[in-house]
Design a protein around this ligand. Structure first.
Ligand code: CP
Length: 308
């Protein structure tokens, strides 16, 4: 198989708008039919997660099982003898990519992931990299938005949290450029604003900045969160409180408004919001399985056709 025809999914920009709509429709098909098939019997997905994950790792594992295939999870690479750093991602990919039919990978560096795809003998799907790319999460977000509102365009969408360091928020902003919203409300402290490059792709009169959470009028409230420590912005507890979704703030959303969140939650959404009809995050997460099935199908089918 010629390596230059193999398709990988590293950024949401790697998909055309018609491919995105096709994936949403296919995920909906899997949801409606609760698909369990033997289609990919004998095929194996390598789940190479070099950063922690629950939903993406387990979700792709179960999605592969529902399609009749199997998955192998790799959460650590071998440490080089006598050295204090892990084996390089490129050496790992060169060594084991041929064991698999597809790889889903999570890595701290998007640049490193982009470099190693050329070394892989099978398609790679990015399960989250750096601060900037989480394409499978964006597709799950679009699926949740369309399921709840019936559309993708002309919505009033608010994003709250450390948006500069949230790969989910950055990836969602990237894909929303294809589906022009009526409003994008950026709710983050100045250090947590998304990059100007991402924002300038939208018409300037639809962008509103807020230095605290403001829920009125939003169709979709996306809680990107302020995880403690790690690669995220650290905030005082007073500042964190400005961006926390309380029950009272959730009730200020319109009746049809929905709260989404890539999860995991730290403290950005009060647990008593969970019982609100506006809380859409656990449904969003559980229905993410159907999008992961649609993605595995697309990239495994593409690989099969190209390698024949
Ligand atoms: N949304 C998301 O990426 O969750 P995990 O980190 O648990 O995979």
């Amino acid at each position: 198989m010629a390596k230059d025809v193999m398709r990988h999914l590293i950024s949401i920009d790697d998909l055309s708008t018609s491919e995105i709509i096709g994936l949403l429709d296919r995920a909906e098909w899997h949801r409606v039919h609760a698909t369990r098939t033997t289609l990919f019997q004998g095929r194996t997905a390598g789940l190479l997660f070099l950063q922690p994950s629950t939903r993406t790792r387990v979700g792709f594992h179960v999605a592969m099982s529902r399609l009749g295939g199997q998955a192998v999870e790799i959460t650590k690479t071998k440490y080089q003898v006598g050295m204090d750093r892990a084996e390089s991602l490129s050496d790992t990919i060169c060594s084991i990519s041929s064991y698999f039919d597809i790889i889903v990978a999570r890595n701290s560096s998007s640049e490193e992931l982009e470099r190693v795809v050329t070394l892989s003998s099978v398609p790679i799907i990015n399960g989250g990299s750096g601060n900037n790319h989480h394409p499978t999460q964006s597709l799950i977000d679009l699926f949740a938005i369309r399921r709840r509102t019936g559309k993708l365009e002309g919505l009033r969408i608010g994003l709250a949290g450390d948006l500069s360091r949230s790969r989910a928020a950055n990836s969602l902003l990237r894909v929303l450029q294809r589906f022009p919203p009526e409003e994008i409300r950026i709710m983050s402290p100045p250090d947590g604003n998304p990059s100007r490059g991402l924002i300038k792709a939208f018409a300037s009169d639809i962008i509103n900045y807020c230095d605290r959470i403001k829920t009125d009028g939003l169709d979709v409230l996306y809680m990107a969160g302020f995880p403690l420590g790690g690669r995220m912005l650290s905030l005082s507890s007073a500042s964190r409180a400005n961006f926390r979704l309380t029950q009272q703030r959730a009730e200020q959303l319109p009746d049809h408004g929905v709260v989404l969140c890539p999860l995991p939650r730290i403290d950005e959404i009060d647990v008593n919001v969970d019982v609100s009809t506006k809380a859409g995050y656990f449904i969003q997460s559980s229905e993410g399985l159907y999008m992961r099935m649609a993605l595995l199908e697309k990239y495994l089918e593409n690989y099969k056709q190209e390698s024949q």
